[in-house]
Structures are given as structure tokens and as C-alpha cells.
Design a protein around this ligand. Structure first.
Ligand code: 6GU
Length: 266
């Protein structure tokens, strides 16, 4: 899977060389490219913004610069992907190519007014072929950009938000989305079973509590049934505990409209 990030702060993404996501890039499972928006400016000051029409505070990022950046990234990435990534994907039986959606190329625009990122959406995005991120700063990118991209590029366009609070720019939100999606791409995480049981995983409940040695510390002990050696009993209590934690901490997930409603009837 390929990620392209367009930003005025390319250094922001250096941490993606670390950890599992860095390893996945070395293996070739993930292909991450960070582009400096200022490469597509044409004045010595490398200006990317201007004052808003109609007046008001702050600056707005220019549509013409973003359009050039997007066209360039679209072009360089589509030729790169047709060179290498393509044939190997076709060779793999039961790969993403069977699940549909493997050819999706999506322009992701981080904005507090976008669609809220959820685990379900991250799962869906993990099957895409390419995600391109347009990281805005200041008061944001000229609002025509999404429409422009929809009309003039090969990309499907999605505006996403992490939640109801405001960040200074899309960079940190993009890091979050890349991490949430990348770990769902097959072979990025070593132990895929850990994806199933974790919070917001398949049954929609919060994760049950976990414990390791020492058994007693500062008079604190795990629940006794963890020592029973009876797997069915342990599964039963873990499920109960996950339900209890969800009920106490996130009752919204158990509402009829919530993700874990089904878990109540198991
Ligand atoms: Cl995606 N961008 C910005 N700038 N602020 C946010 C956000 C995104 N999600 C929550 N707040």
C-alpha cells in the first residue's frame, strides 16, 4: 500500500521510520512518500498562502499551488505503482485483489469538519491501493480544492476528522490515520490475532484487562480465575469483564445504535 503526504512540514513525518511502520517500509509492505508543498511554488519566498477573500483572520492556502502538487504526486505515484507494485499484487492469490476496492486511490483531507475516523473506516481504507494526504495549515486550504480534486484527478476525495477539537494543521491527524490504517494492512503487524481482540476490534467492546508477573505487587492481584487453567472459564470471564468495562466507561457503544450492541445478545 502506498501513502503520499503533501505538507509544508515534511520533518513532521520522520517518526514513521520507527517501529512497525518503519519495518513495514523496509519490507516493502508499505511505501511512504513525503512531499514538500513548497516544491510547487514559483516565487523566491516559496509562498503557499494568501489572505482570505472577504477579509477576516489568518491566511488561506492557495488552490493553484495545491493543484500543482496534487497533479505531480498523482503522476509520479501512478507511474511508480504501475512499474512495481502492480504485478506482484496480481501474483498473490486471496490477496486484497479478491476483496474488492484494491484499486482505490483516495485523497484524504484532514479537517475538523470532515467525517469522523472510526475503526470500521480505517479497516475499509486499509484495502485501498493508495492514500494521498493534503495537510493544510493556517485557516486551511482554499475550499475549492476538494471539488477540484474530484473533477480533475483520478482520486476519490474524503475529508476526515479525528474528533470534535481543533488542531493547528493536518499533520498530526495524518500521522494518526496512517498508524491506524497501516497496522491493518496484512503483514504489517506480526501477530494478527492481537488485532482481533483489541479495543474497538471485532465485537466492538472495549478490551478486557490484562495482567502479567508478578502475581502480587503492592497488595494488588489479578482476578483469581486467571489461574484456573480452564480456557472456557477464562474466555467467559474476559467477555464479562469486557462487557462490564464497556458498560461503565462507554455505554454509548452498547446502545442500539452502538458498535457493540450485538455483544449484549451473545
Ligand atoms: Cl483531521 N484536522 C485539524 N486541523 N483539526 C482536527 C482534525 C483534523 N481532527 C480533529 N481536529
Amino acid at each position: 500500500m502506498r501513502f503520499d503526504v503533501i505538507t509544508i512540514f515534511p520533518d513532521f513525518f520522520a517518526p514513521l521510520k520507527l517501529s512497525l511502520i518503519g519495518k513495514a517500509q523496509e519490507k516493502g509492505t508499505l511505501d511512504l512518500h513525503v512531499h514538500d508543498l513548497r516544491d510547487w511554488t514559483d516565487d523566491p519566498r516559496r509562498t503557499v498562502d494568501d489572505s482570505p477573500y472577504g477579509g477576516g483572520a489568518g491566511m488561506v492556502m492557495r488552490l493553484d499551488i495545491w493543484a500543482k502538487a496534487l497533479q505531480a504526486v498523482a503522476q509520479m505515484s501512478s507511474s511508480a505503482m504501475s512499474d512495481s507494485a502492480r504485478p506482484s499484487q496480481l501474483d498473490i492469490p486471496n490477496g486484497a485483489s479478491e476483496q474488492g476496492g484494491e484499486d482505490r486511490r483516495i485523497l484524504m483531507i484532514p479537517t475538523p469538519s470532515g467525517r469522523r475516523l472510526t475503526q470500521d473506516w480505517a479497516q475499509e481504507l486499509a484495502a485501498a491501493k493508495q492514500l494521498v494526504f493534503a495537510c493544510g495549515r493556517y485557516e486551511g486550504i482554499d475550499s475549492r480544492f476538494a471539488t477540484y480534486a474530484q473533477r480533475q484527478s483520478d482520486f476519490e476525495v474524503q475529508e476526515f476528522s479525528l474528533g470534535d477539537y481543533v488542531l493547528n494543521g493536518g499533520e498530526s491527524a495524518t500521522m494518526v490515520l496512517i498508524e491506524a490504517v497501516a497496522r491493518l494492512v496484512p503483514e504489517v503487524i506480526g501477530n494478527e490475532a492481537s488485532l482481533v481482540e483489541e479495543s474497538h476490534g471485532n465485537n466492538g467492546l472495549l478490551e478486557y484487562s490484562v495482567f502479567t508477573r508478578p502475581w502480587t505487587f503492592a497488595e494488588l492481584e489479578p482476578p483469581a480465575w486467571l489461574k484456573s487453567g480452564d480456557h472456557a472459564l477464562v474466555d467467559y470471564w474476559r467477555h464479562r469483564e469486557a462487557l462490564e468495562r464497556t458498560w461503565l466507561r462507554r455505554p454509548d457503544l452498547l446502545a442500539p445504535s452502538g458498535k457493540a450492541f450485538e455483544a449484549l445478545t451473545i
